[in-house]
Design a protein around this ligand. Structure first.
Ligand code: N01
Length: 538
């Protein structure tokens, strides 16, 4: 069929993105008997797991939790091979889901959504796309559902001279599909967040020399990844629903086994014993060592000091170990989980360069200039993160009532009700949007909770012959206050993190996710049970 600029296809819903959120949303819409089209910019499904293929990319939530629970047979039959799944296996899983539920027929790949516009007269959204192989590049739908991901808009800082570099450049979030062989080559990497921390040890093993340009040192704990314990798998699979329910009652929606004691009241011996055990066991469970770590800076300092002590004991060169020691609160920026990260700095072919006290002056044809020294290398990796939570939405021309542009509406920071709806944008839903627990939780159950809520909401609207739903200004304003108030009771506002938008020049400093999964789910259920109170329907 020849592609026509004029054809418009009509659907009940358009879904933007085919990662965990978009795939499940499509499945639910189909179960409701609704027509839906998914647009995906990538050439395959998988979202974040399609794009982030850098060396060592793997999830830091355990495999048995980082998976869908909506289908019992799926969760029973799928077999994960490791405690923490590598990117390739998660991508394989998502492709399996797309096939198993026969989703591909309603997904347009290689199709980037350029604009989504709400028409008040027809109460329809018109979504325009570029690329793609379907007969139409415009779709019209009653509902526009953003499954665009929280960490999918790659951030490349505007370094002076960035285009002059003559070697190869990469971003961890847009890694070449065939992989990159750095054998015998020199590499520079900018950034030391989760992506860098996973990739640096592997790149260092391959490269002739690796220069790590660090602006802020990051806290990292050993992942202690290993083959999946078959006995543990059998146990969890024998009571999967109960296990999922248990996880949903914990603050992160994940199996963060929390020690109820306070770090501020523990003895030196108790602190050491608890931290040592969690360090040994590995993973983000470290933050559950004491119940005040995420709410009390004083308690948190005991954990931060413990990790700093570990860095000191692992890294042989004192100057390097000093430089690797974070000076902020642990968990304020997302805690990283690594395999041999700090040990990598004992290698002769790795150089850590401080670009905090003396920032990067420019990228040059040969490499990078900082503090009067030019570092030359063949390959430059940007491990510089993402325009988180709002980036993928603000790069689409989303227009609601009166033609208002979402990126303008959110110019002072994102404003939503429940992270699901925004005043002025009727019938638009954001899955894991700002103002919802999203990135502070295990993303998969958070996504499933949102998708189920949206599916129920659409059913309720249709059953009651309502044409549209939109957050009310009062409910939204109260919700924004609530998200901020909750953040204020935690340690999360005490550093410059991407949760706050602090990594993007000019982005307003607003704490975007909401801490606490169970209370949030309760609130969403309460809103639904009370005829979607806080939303106006017509
Ligand atoms: O990105 P980041 P990421 N000059 O924003 C530095 C998830 N994730 O891709 O801290 C110099 O954390 C920046 O420095 P600073 C996870 O949620 C999960 O690593 O801003 N440096 C920082 O060091 C994670 O949190 C997994 O001072 C600059 C780095 O670049 C999120 O994705 C794996 C700079 C960016 O770190 C993002 O992680 C990977 C500049 N101008 C990712 N600008 C797992 O599940 C930025 N930086 C394991």
């Amino acid at each position: 069929m020849t592609k026509s600029q004029n054809t418009v296809n009509d659907y009940d819903a358009v879904v933007i993105g085919a990662g965990f959120a978009g795939l499940y949303m499509l499945h639910r819409l189909r179960q409701l008997g609704l027509s839906a089209r998914v647009f995906e910019a990538g050439s395959g499904v998988g979202g974040t797991w399609f794009w982030n293929r850098y060396p060592g990319a793997r999830c830091d939530v355990e495999s048995l939790e980082y998976s869908y629970q909506f289908d019992e047979q799926l969760q029973q039959e799928w077999e994960w091979s490791e405690r923490y799944s590598p990117q390739s296996e998660i991508l394989e899983y998502l492709n399996h889901v797309a096939d198993r539920f026969n989703l591909r027929g309603d997904i347009d790949l290689n199709t980037r959504v350029a604009a989504a516009r709400y028409d008040e007269n027809t109460n329809l959204w018109t979504v325009s796309t570029t690329g793609g192989s379907s007969d139409s590049n415009t779709a019209r739908a009653r509902f526009c559902i953003m499954a665009t991901g929280c960490l999918s808009s790659a951030n490349v800082p505007d370094f002076e001279g960035i285009d002059s570099f003559k070697g190869n450049t990469y971003h961890t979030g847009q890694w070449p599909h065939g992989g990159v062989d750095f054998t015998g080559e020199t590499v520079g990497i900018i950034g030391t967040g989760s992506s860098a921390i996973q990739s640096i040890p592997l790149i260092a093993e391959q490269a002739k020399h690796l220069y790590v340009f660090q602006r802020s040192a990051a806290f990292s704990v050993p992942a202690a990844n290993r083959p999946l314990d078959k006995a543990k798998e059998a146990d969890i699979k024998s009571r999967y629903a109960e296990f999922r329910k248990h996880c949903a009652q914990l603050p992160t929606g994940g199996n963060l086994i929390m020690n109820e004691s306070l770090a501020t009241e523990a003895s030196e011996a108790e602190l050491r014993a608890e931290y040592e055990e969690r360090w040994e066991n590995g993973g983000l469970m470290f933050l559950g060592a004491f119940s005040d770590l995420l709410i009390d800076v004083k308690g948190n300092k005991t954990a931060a000091d413990f990790i700093r002590g570990k860095i000191r004991s692992i890294v042989k060169d004192l100057t390097v170990s000093d430089l690797l020691m974070p000076d902020h609160v642990v968990g304020c920026k997302r805690l990283c989980a690594d395999t041999g990260y700090y040990e990598t700095f004992n290698r002769d072919n790795v150089t850590l360069v401080d670009v905090n006290s003396v920032p990067i002056d420019s990228i040059t044809a040969m490499g990078l200039l900082t503090g009067g020294t030019e570092y030359a290398f063949d390959n430059l990796i940007f491990a510089t993160g993402f325009d988180a939570m709002t980036g993928s939405l603000s790069r689409i021309d989303i227009r609601g009532r009166n033609g208002d542009l979402l990126r303008d509406t959110w110019a002072q920071g994102p404003k939503t009700y429940l992270g699901l709806g925004t005043v002025g944008y009727p019938n638009m839903f954001t899955i894991a949007g700002p103002g919802s627990p999203s990135v502070l939780t295990n993303m998969v159950p958070s996504i499933e909770q949102h998708v189920n809520w949206i599916a129920d909401c659409i059913t309720w609207l249709d059953d009651n012959n309502y044409g549209s739903i939109e957050a009310t200004p009062d409910a939204q304003s109260d919700w924004v206050d609530h998200v901020n108030a909750v953040a204020g009771t935690t340690i999360y506002t005490s550093c410059n993190s991407w949760y706050l938008g602090a990594n993007i020049v000019g982005k307003p400093r607003v704490f975007m996710p909401l801490f606490g999964f169970p209370a949030y789910v309760e609130k969403c259920d309460e809103v639904a049970a009370n005829n979607y109170v806080g939303f106006a329907v017509t």
